[in-house]
Write a protein that binds this ligand. Sequence first.
Ligand code: ATP
Length: 309
Amino acid sequence: MTAPLEFINVTKDYAGFKALDGLSFDVQPGEVLGLLGHNGAGKTTSMKLVLGVIAPTQGSIRVLGESPTGHASDRLRRALGYLPENVSFYPQLTGREVLRYFARLKGAAPVSVDDLLERVGLTAAADRRIRTYSKGMRQRIGLAQALLGAPRLLLLDEPTAGLDPQVTREFYRMIDDLRGQGVSILISSHVLPGVEAHIDRAAILGRGRLLALGSLPELRDRARLPLRIRLQGQPDPEQTARVMQPLGFALCPPGPVLELQGDPARKLEAVRALLALPGVTDFELIQPALEDLYAHFNRHDGEAAPCMP
Ligand SMILES: Nc1ncnc2c1ncn2[C@@H]1O[C@H](COP(=O)(O)OP(=O)(O)OP(=O)(O)O)[C@@H](O)[C@H]1O
């Protein structure tokens, strides 16, 4: 099966400025790919290229097997769902009217509007005007709009920016459902908390270049960031350091709890030693999170991640 989205060595120049530089990645059927990067990293430029709004300076893009700027562009646009970063709808229209309007534009069956309102949890608010909607409700109507026509590929540009943690969680639950139905999803984001559990792979962009691409375990393997171990109880810091240091683990600077960091490959040895250490009542192994990996791949000097509170 061909990948619904492929970037093959894509470069995009804006009047001599390289917004994207030799970018290659793909999104597989039913996969959620997080396109992660700071402001200006090239996320929106990538989205615009997929939509065929702009063309690459070099390289090629395949959307559902075709060029987004070629003869199939109109058909592709109908087969794609897109939620822009700053979604805004005419405030006097109701949610239902907005969806009916976009259904007509996209050539989607109007009957799907009620289903979509249900799916994004807006049935009760369907006949209220958009101007009375909260930010989270607007984002949900935006997602419903993107889902018109049952797209196989969904582009979500910073979908959770400005949403509170609860609404963000609800939003990602809907993304999980879509993935379960086989929809391929490209999510661009610089808001990392919350996204980790909902993506299959991350593409980390920095100044238009791909810094890393892979699943979380793959990125962890490549980054080889230290494993952190947080200790509970009253272990003696000097004794802890003496026992753990030969195993490649060092004490973090003193804080509210005793914490060690060291070689993830020696995890089992470290755990055995901690089980025998007087005063330890419990401990927590802390794997590098997506945010740590993101920071690592964005660092130029390759320094180790600091101990964190
Ligand atoms: N039309 C344009 N002309 C010139 N430079 C542009 C144009 N569009 C984008 N850029 C530049 O290209 C780079 C990438 O921009 P892009 O909007 O793709 O980044 P982004 O990752 O989406 O950032 P943000 O998170 O701020 O939306 C930025 O340095 C931006 O200033």
